[in-house]
Design a protein around this ligand. Structure first.
Ligand code: NAP
Length: 201
């Protein structure tokens, strides 16, 4: 898959590294293409670097790994290029009433296939999703069908097991998992090396 990763720091680099190693074509979309850290990352991975606009145009899938506070302006500025692409919203609007950007995608890029994923665990669980013998789960939501399978493949390629909570109307539920993560990791002092597993029988 051609994967555009907007943002190339903690989350963008962690996810981009996994996807490049899994054989996907990765382009990082950044504000400053001359940033030596981003150039070194791309060289290490055999990935490419472009502007946000270049990356969105390139990607079959566009992953938002930028601050939540930058989401509205970024979505609005690139609404046309986002078109009907698969979008993964990993950004958290910290301190806001709503953590996700579903409303902005609906307003500016209504044809995009928007998924909520990679927002509810710390980056450490993306880098290493195994806790002993147990594979961590990642909660996600968004439209069903073929694009869902592609999105879930990207979750599996990070090493996590996708657990779908339904279509995008379930986004609040995915965000509540993120709130639970914060409550346990920081509120209860359990630390960032923390993830979730759904058990069934
Ligand atoms: N860290 C985690 O464990 C974690 C886990 C799940 C989800 N998230 C979410 O993922 C997102 C990224 O988190 P992070 O920890 O990777 O943050 P970060 O290390 O601060 O990286 C943010 C990235 O976004 C870029 N950026 C900043 N402002 C921008 C703007 N106005 N327009 C376009 N790009 C901009 C930065 O580029 P410059 O280098 O140009 O500043 C950088 O590449 C956040 O929304 C966060 O809530 C984080």
């Amino acid at each position: 898959m051609k994967v555009a990763v907007l943002g190339a720091k903690i989350i963008g680099s962690t996810l981009g590294r996994k996807w490049a190693r899994a054989g996907h074509e990765v382009m990082f979309g950044v504000r400053n293409m001359d940033n030596p850290e981003v150039q070194a990352l791309a060289q290490e991975l055999g990935a490419t670097v472009g502007t946000l606009s270049n990356a969105i145009t390139f990607g079959d899938v566009v992953v938002f790994a930028i601050p939540g506070g930058a989401m509205d302006e970024t979505i609005q500025a690139h609404a046309g290029a986002l078109g009907s692409k698969i979008v993964i919203d990993a950004a958290n609007r910290m301190g806001g009433a709503v953590m996700n950007s579903a409303a902005a995608f609906a307003a500016y890029a209504p044809a995009a296939k928007v998924y909520r994923a990679f927002n509810s665990l710390g980056w450490e669980s993306f880098e290493n999703p195994r806790f002993g013998d147990v594979q961590a789960d990642l909660f996600c939501c968004g439209p069903g069908g073929e694009t869902q399978l592609l999105m879930e493949k990207l979750i599996r390629d990070v090493g996590l097991r996708p657990v779908r909570l339904g279509d995008l109307s379930q986004v609040h539920l995915v965000d509540m998992v993120g709130s639970l993560w914060f409550a346990l990791a920081f509120g209860q002092g359990m630390g960032r090396q923390l993830a979730f597993k759904v058990l069934t029988r």
